[in-house]
Design a protein around this ligand. Structure first.
Ligand code: MG
Length: 160
C-alpha cells in the first residue's frame, strides 16, 4: 500500500535574513521572510508528508502565530510530520522535490540539501531527490521576488 502526497510553498525574499533551503544555509545577499527559518523546500516536503497521510497541512500543525516556532529550524517540522505519519502506521518511502529560483544558483548545494532532508526523514539519500530550476525570468520567481518549492512524497505502511 503506497500513499502519495504533494506540497507547494512560496516565500518572499527579505533583506537581513539567512537563506535556508533544505536545512542548508546558502550564501546569498537576501534570505526568505517567514515566522520560522522560512525554509520553503522543507515546508513543501512537510506538506507532502502530511498530505500523503491526510493529516492536514503545515500551517495547521505549526501555526505562525505560535511563538514556539519563531525562527524555528524547519527540520523540526519534518521530523514531527514523520512522527505524525508514524502514529498512523505510515512511514516515508521516497521524496522528490523541485525548488524554483532565478538566483542564487542552487546546483552546488543540492547534495547537502538532499542529505539533510534524508536525515530528517529517516530515509537513505537514494530515496530523496532535490532538483532546482529557474522560471526563465518569468513571474515572481523570475523577478526574484521570492522562491517556490514543490514536493511529492510517498508513504508506505510499516513502523518507522
Ligand atoms: Mg512556508
Amino acid at each position: 500500500m503506497i500513499r502519495v502526497g504533494m506540497g507547494f510553498d512560496v516565500h518572499r525574499f527579505e533583506a537581513g535574513r539567512k537563506l535556508i533551503l533544505g536545512g542548508v544555509e546558502i550564501p546569498h545577499e537576501r534570505g526568505l521572510a517567514g515566522h520560522s527559518d522560512a525554509d520553503v523546500l522543507a515546508h513543501a516536503v512537510c506538506d507532502a508528508i502530511l498530505g500523503a497521510a491526510a493529516l492536514g497541512d503545515i500551517g495547521q500543525h505549526f501555526p505562525d502565530t505560535d511563538p514556539r516556532w519563531r525562527g524555528a529550524d524547519s527540520m523540526i517540522f519534518l521530523r514531527e510530520a514523520v512522527a505524525l505519519a508514524a502514529a498512523q502506521g505510515l512511514r516515508p518511502n521516497n521524496v522528490d522535490a523541485v525548488v524554483v529560483a532565478e538566483r542564487p544558483r542552487l546546483a552546488p548545494h543540492l547534495g547537502r540539501m538532499r542529505a539533510r532532508l534524508a536525515e530528517a526523514l529517516g530515509l537513505g539519500e537514494g530515496a530523496v531527490s532535490v532538483k532546482a530550476t529557474t522560471s526563465e525570468r518569468l513571474g515572481f520567481t523570475g523577478r526574484e521576488e521570492g522562491i517556490a518549492a514543490q514536493a511529492v512524497c510517498t508513504l508506505r505502511a510499516g513502523p518507522s
